[in-house]
Design a protein around this ligand. Sequence first.
Ligand code: F6P
Length: 325
Amino acid sequence: MEEKKEKKIGVLTSGGDAPGMNAAIRAVTRAAIYNGIKVIGINKGYSGLLKGDISELSRYDVADIIGRGGTFLRTSRCPEMHTEEGVDKAALVCQVLGLDALVIIGGDGSFKGGRDLAKKGVNVIGIPATIDLDVNCTEYTIGFDTAVNTGTEAISRLKDTSASHERCSVVEVMGRQKGSIALWCAMGCGAEEVIIPEENDVIDKNKIIEQILENRHKGKLHNVIIVAEGVRGSTQLAEDIELITGIETRVSVLGHLQRGGIPTAMDRMRASMMGYKAVEAFMEGKKNVVIAYNKGEYQVIDLFEALEMEYKYDDTLYKVVKMIK
Ligand code: F6P
C-alpha cells in the first residue's frame, strides 16, 4: 500500500514589515498543524528562500508573537526575484523542499514574485500585508490599521506642541504612492490640509499658504498640514510657509516609526483570520490565490486576476476631510 504523503507548506514574509504579520504567521502555522500539515518557516523573505534559510515551525515556535510588531521570520526586499534566474532558483528550492504551497505574506510587489513562481508550478497563496493599503484586490491589508493609529497618535502629540507655540506643523506620513494613511490620519486628527498623490501631482504651495492665512485670520492659532510621502516636498513646503507667512513652521517626517509597534486588535484579528483562510483555501485544493477582505467578508481571489485589478480611488473621504476640517 502506498504511504500517504504528509502535506507541507512554506510561509514567508516579504517586503516592508507590517504590524500583524506575526499574527498571520501564527494563524497559518497553528491552523496547518491542527489539520496535520507540516509548516516550514522561511526566514528573510525571498532572500532566505533562495539561500534555503528555513526551519520547521511547531505550534510553540509561534507562541507569544501575536502581540509583537515586525515579523519574527524577518523580511527583505529581494532584487534577485526580479530576474529569471532568481525565480527559477526559488521555484527549484520550493520543489526540493517538497512544498505543496507557499504562503506569501506581503504586498503587491511580493505577490508579483509569487505570480512568477506560480508560472513555474509553485502553488502560491498570498496574504496581503502592508501599511500602505495599496493591494488593489482588497479593502484591508494587514498593518494599515496600526500604522494609522500610530500616525494619528503622533500627529496629536505634534498638535499639542504646535498649538502651544502657535506654529504650523507639516507632517509627512508613509504610504508609497497612495494617500490612504494620510487621509485616515487627517480625518482622525482634524488636520486642516491633507496632500495626497491621488489628488495632487505636485504641492500647490500658494493654495496651502492662502488657506493657512485665511484660517489665522479667522482666529486659528496653529496649523497641521499632512503630506503623503508620494507627493514629495514636505521639507520645502515647510520652508516656503515660514518664509512667505512668517509663521514658525516645523516639519516632522514620521517615516519608519509608523511600521513598528504593537499591532491593534483589528490587525491581530484580521491577520489571524486571513492566516486561517489561507490554510482553509489550501485544504480545499485552491491554487494560486490571494486572501482578500471586501465588504465585510473574507474572499479567495485568483492571484493572476488580483494582480490585474485596478486601484479604486474613492474621493469621498478626501471631500469629507476637506468639508469638516
Ligand atoms: O511599503 C511600506 C513602506 O513603509 C512605504 O510606506 C515606504 O514608502 C516604504 O515601505 C519604505 O521602504 P524601506 O523600508 O525599504 O525604506
